[in-house]
Ligand binder design. Sequence first.
Ligand code: MN
Length: 230
Amino acid sequence: MAYAIPLWSPPALPVSDSKDLFPVRRIFCVGRNYVEHQKEMGGDGREAPFFFIKSAHAIVPPGGKVAYPPKTSNLHYETEMVVAIAKGGRRIPASEANAHIFGYGVGLDMTRRDLQQWGKDHGRPWDFGKDFDQAAPCSALAPAARIGHPAKGAIRLAVNDKLRQDADLSDMIWSVPEQIAYLSEYYHLEPGDLIFSGTPAGVGAVKAGDRLLASVDGVGSLEVTIAPAE
Ligand code: MN
């Protein structure tokens, strides 16, 4: 059986210290998961977790430039630790969640903040604000078998060498195992799923020519340059 149009390759991320690729199935992103960021977005520091989704095709493997996207004049970065699922399941208890994790990466939840805000103001979906071409740059994945399961350590972002986000993974409101437990009540998690685990305070706008360096201690780093709009 042939496909009617040429089949594309699955989106994938490199695995650090390996020739293997990790195929990406879905991208789940948790919103407002660090207290100080939750407050800067207008929250009270005590919100239940909520998620939104980006297409797997929004992934940008490390080393690429990211073009300034269309239809926005307020493109924001959000630095996040990314969790890669190797073993699927539903209703996974938090106490067993780590056994489902392949590894971790450093990602940028790029956001057309003006379109997201428009959606919030009008009771419309966030998709155009959050899910667009090249909206999810991500580093190589570091296997948990090598680095363990990071629950503390610095998460940082510098724009043009100026520190803009500087927090600790332990500042998460909902831990990674708690996120997996929550998500897996709503979805059958599958191998290849990614979870962007939320951003700390300090989000802000970037423009063409800016160089972003994101890092999570013990996980890795990701450098992205914003290219002119295409
Ligand atoms: Mn985010």
